[in-house]
Design a protein around this ligand. Structure first.
Ligand SMILES: Cc1cc2nc3c(=O)[nH]c(=O)nc-3n(C[C@H](O)[C@H](O)[C@H](O)COP(=O)(O)OP(=O)(O)OC[C@H]3O[C@@H](n4cnc5c(N)ncnc54)[C@H](O)[C@@H]3O)c2cc1C
Length: 428
């Protein structure tokens, strides 16, 4: 059996390794346009800042793939010939498959802004963007970042670390306030400003201005401001990268449509990771998950399914973590930016604005946690949510979840009474 996997990101390589474990006999080929060898995409920022080398970003030695009998093909796939069971490659050539996995990840959003394709304007997703960023920062003194998500703040931190003056345009009232409640968002706004960046909230990009020679020289915002700059980072989110299946019978929505076993509508073609849109059997909103651990989890499942097993992906309890400059963030379960019906949000924040915790419950059970500048154990929070523990149970044991390093100040003796007082106030 010939299995071809398009994409050597975490999803594609996890699937390949799982399939190799299960089916030592089959031929597996991994195709990627970006790099021959798999590397860690979240490490891109550390490569730019000089904290890691290229070798550090690769979890496997280069000869590992040969030892695993995984063939690596470097090239861009331009299309899928479903009836001929072949994929076509840019520059000619094609590869035959018996089973095909599409694991092509995401691509940066662009919203048709005037000037968005000028030299000096770029997104930040892959190694090509990293190379471009090195070139674009050589002579730049002032950068404007557009879009206040996780990649936007990474890019802002990276450029700030090279002493560029950074202006950060955020459409929302506070940073990432479409996802985070206002208190958490405000904490992050404070640290962005404390670092010396020019954060402009409730501000949209209107156009990117050309210097007359075809290079960026500034931006104009919808508040009427003109900001001079030599570099514009466009980071208004990502979308599933599904270009290569556009002209094929493979069904797409926002991503490649798949069932819980990650099968597309075409027999023997599968999709997983950032590019997949899982059609939920209960008809609720389809699932697109665009983080590292979900790519890995879906890769494992689809590896088994490619090997011939009946398996379904179980999304489980959501978690994520990030670092906003020096402020660590973890989230477990479901925490919306505004309380949903029947939901109660309890929030404690240290007067230094560098530590905060939110616990969400519905009166009967705890459903989510946000941690800002405090570390809580994943397995403990997840267990409390899974076991549907009441808020009182969790507050009685809150300190058990803390895993801040030794000698860090712990805050549970302040947090627990403060949250209990909020519960009592809400009850009166
Ligand atoms: C800068 C940045 C930082 C991030 N940080 C974090 C983080 O800290 N934590 C976290 O959980 N997530 C993070 N993410 C998200 C995470 O990296 C992705 O969710 C994850 O990489 C998705 O894995 P994937 O294998 O599905 O896709 P990808 O990693 O995008 O891999 C897809 C691969 O497919 C290849 N490909 C695409 N189209 C074609 C084609 N037509 N032909 C050939 N090859 C093709 C690409 O070259 C690429 O190598 C970050 C993302 C970015 C961009």
């Amino acid at each position: 059996m010939n299995v071809v996997i398009i994409g050597n990101g975490i999803t594609g390589v996890t699937a390949a390794l799982r399939l190799r474990e299960r089916r030592p006999d089959c031929n597996i080929t991994i195709v990627s346009g970006e790099s021959t060898y798999h590397y860690s995409r979240p490490a891109l920022m550390y490569l730019y800042m000089g904290h890691m080398t290229w070798a550090d970003t690769k979890p496997y030695e280069d000869d590992f793939w040969k030892r695993q009998r995984l063939d690596l093909v470097r090239g861009w796939v331009t299309g899928v010939d479903v009836s001929g069971r072949r994929i076509t490659l840019h520059g000619g050539g094609s590869l035959a498959y018996d089973k095909l996995l599409i694991a092509t990840g995401s691509k940066s959003n662009k919203f048709g802004w005037p000037g968005q394709d000028l030299p000096g304007v770029q997104g930040f997703y892959d190694l090509m963007d990293l190379r471009l960023l090195h070139e674009n920062t050589v002579r730049a003194e002032h950068a404007v970042i557009v879009g206040g998500g996780l990649i936007g703040i990474e890019l802002a931190e990276m450029l700030h670390s090279r002493n560029l003056h950074v202006t950060f345009l955020v459409r929302e009232k506070y940073y990432w306030n479409n996802i985070l409640p206002s208190e958490e968002s405000k904490m992050i706004c404070r640290i962005i400003r404390a670092a010396g960046m020019d954060l402009r909230l409730s501000t949209n990009l209107k156009e990117i201005v050309d210097d007359g020679t075809g290079r960026v020289t500034g931006v104009v915002t919808d508040t009427g401001d003109r900001i001079d700059c030599q570099l514009v980072g466009l980071t208004p989110g990502v979308s599933p990268n599904i270009d290569l299946v556009k002209d094929s019978p493979i069904a797409t929505g926002r991503g490649v449509l798949v069932d819980l076993s990650l099968r597309t509508n075409v027999p023997d073609i599968f999709a997983a990771g950032d590019c997949a849109e899982i059609v939920t059997p209960d008809g609720e909103r389809n699932l697109i998950q665009q983080v590292w651990y979900t790519g890995k989890a879906q890769g494992r499942v689809v590896g088994d399914v490619l090997a011939g097993d009946e398996r379904e992906y179980e999304p489980g309890i959501w978690y994520n973590s990030a670092k906003f400059l020096d402020l660590e963030y973890q989230t477990y379960g479901f925490v919306s930016n505004e309380p949903r019906e029947g939901e109660r949000h309890l929030w404690w924040e240290h007067p230094d604005h560098g530590h905060g915790i939110r616990i969400v419950h519905d009166g009967r059970k705890v459903t989510g946690f946000n941690l800002m500048g405090i570390r809580y154990r994943h397995e403990v929070c997840e267990r409390w949510i899974r076991e549907e523990r009441p808020i009182e149970y969790v507050l009685d044991r809150l300190a058990e979840a803390n895993f801040d390093p030794e000698l860090y100040r712990r805050h549970e003796s302040k947090i627990v009474p403060a949250l209990r007082a909020q519960i009592a106030r809400a009850a009166t």
